[in-house]
Ligand binder design. Structure first.
Ligand code: AMP
Length: 423
């Protein structure tokens, strides 16, 4: 086949029917879970000032230095497509005075993100995250509650995961630890890849995040942050783990977990799927107690997570489908051109009554149309031929039993609504 004139940009994808069924189910399940748990949906713009991200995510993080879709608009404003969701929500929290609401303020979001990443399986330049943010409490119970929400959702959709958890403690304990890390990596400076050399100067924590194979042995021997947590951080983290035990949520203590964004403080976690290799993180999150203040608001502790929807879908594809599909309820069969116009009229009446109806521009015979109705899985085929047109009636054929009855057209919509319990 010749290449089409226009192709989607590298690293993006189209969701074509029926694939959107899976997306809709994921989104609906996530929404229902979040609403049940008292979260309200928030939506922020797809682009924000570039500085919002450089400040919050961090100047020397990969997300900012390599992956931002930053641009200048026609008025010379520096903007960026959103590489992650938290910074924009914190901006909106401050700007809209959400801090005046009863705490904790619980928000959820389902939004596209944009990163100029090297595309590969599970890694896109436009991808979707579903997540939550909770503002206004530093209680370790909140960390556990947030993790439990994500875990419940993953269990509900049938995705197997392992929860990886760590704490990077307070700014003070992180400082001591970073000094230790520098001392550890410094003697190996010459052998380090270029990126790690730069990170050693700017933020050695980043080296722990490195996927570079040649570095893994060295990273394994590095001091662990957990040994440098100050008392308050260690206690808070201990409590988070105890609450998770109490909730019956299993976890792996992963002392290498640092996550790629600067704003995290305290508890950090990731959900790993069963995919082998680097792209197996299906989500992550943690505490970011300093970010609201850093972006100009009142000091407000906060925690949240984000799950990558494409990664969840990849996990689901490994299992037999349990995704409910939306089936039409009735199919309109018409015989002859005059009956066809009548069928389209009846379709309008049924749709007005809230019945999911299929009415097609077909020239096929009765048997073929009934076969199509059976394939679509409808409960009733509604047949209109010459006689029914004259009598102003419809034949209702129940597909399962093949029973047929005749019904005046004027009564049909109300009768179907009654049968399908549409209120
Ligand atoms: P992060 O905050 O960067 O760890 O991202 C949170 C989650 O979003 C990850 O665990 C992935 O599931 C997903 N994610 C991040 N980057 C991408 C990407 N480029 N393509 C698809 N999913 C992504």
């Amino acid at each position: 086949m010749a290449k089409p004139t226009y192709q989607r940009p590298r690293g993006t994808y189209d969701i074509i029917p029926p694939d959107y069924e899976t997306w809709r189910w994921l989104i609906e399940t996530f929404e229902r879970n979040s609403l049940n748990a008292g979260y309200a949906r928030i939506s922020t713009p797809v682009f924000e000032s570039e500085q919002l991200y450089t400040r919050s995510v961090g100047d020397d993080t990969e997300v900012v230095t390599k992956e931002m879709y930053a641009f200048e608009d026609r008025s010379g404003n520096r903007l960026s497509l959103r590489p992650e969701g938290t910074a924009g929500i914190v901006r909106a929290y401050i700007e809209n005075g959400l801090s005046n609401r009863p705490k904790p303020v619980k928000l959820y979001k389902i939004e596209p993100m944009f990163r100029y990443d090297r595309p590969q399986a599970g890694r896109y330049r436009q991808f979707y995250q579903a997540g939550v943010e909770v503002f206004g409490s530093a209680e370790p119970l909140i960390d556990a509650q947030v993790i439990a929400l994500a875990a419940r959702f993953l269990r509900q959709i049938g995705v197997d995961f392992s929860l990886q958890i760590n704490s990077i403690g307070s700014a003070a304990s992180r400082k001591t630890y970073i000094a230790k890390l520098r001392d550890y990596f410094q003697p190996h400076l010459k052998k380090l890849p270029e990126l790690a050399q730069a990170q050693l100067a700017s933020n050695p924590l980043r080296i722990l995040d490195s996927k570079d194979k040649s570095l893994q042995k060295l990273i394994e021997g590095a001091p662990q942050i957990i040994d440098y947590l100050d008392k308050a951080s260690a206690q808070a983290f201990q409590q988070v783990l105890e609450h998770l035990d109490h909730f019956g949520i299993e976890y792996d203590l992963n002392t290498r977990l640092v996550r790629g964004l600067d704003y995290y403080t305290g508890t950090l976690f990731e959900f790993w799927g069963s995919h082998q290799g680097m792209q197996n993180a299906i989500g992550g999150g943690g505490r970011y107690d300093g970010l609201v203040e850093q972006l100009g608001g009142r000091a407000t502790p906060a925690a949240g997570f984000d799950l990558g929807l494409e990664r969840l879908i990849a996990e689901l594809q490994k299992k037999p489908s349990q995704i409910p599909t939306q089936k039409p309820q009735v199919y309109l069969v018409s015989i002859g051109d005059d009956a066809k116009a009548q069928a389209f009229l009846v379709e309008q009446q049924l749709l007005d009554a809230g019945i999911s109806t299929v009415c097609e521009l077909t020239r096929k015979n009765l048997a073929d149309q009934l076969a199509r109705a059976a394939k679509l899985g409808v409960e009733y085929a509604l047949i209109i031929g010459k006689k029914e047109l004259i009598d102003q009636t419809v034949i209702i054929k129940e597909m399962a039993s093949s029973n047929q009855e005749v019904m005046p057209t004027a009564k049909l919509a109300a009768e179907m609504a009654r049968r399908f319990s549409v209120t």
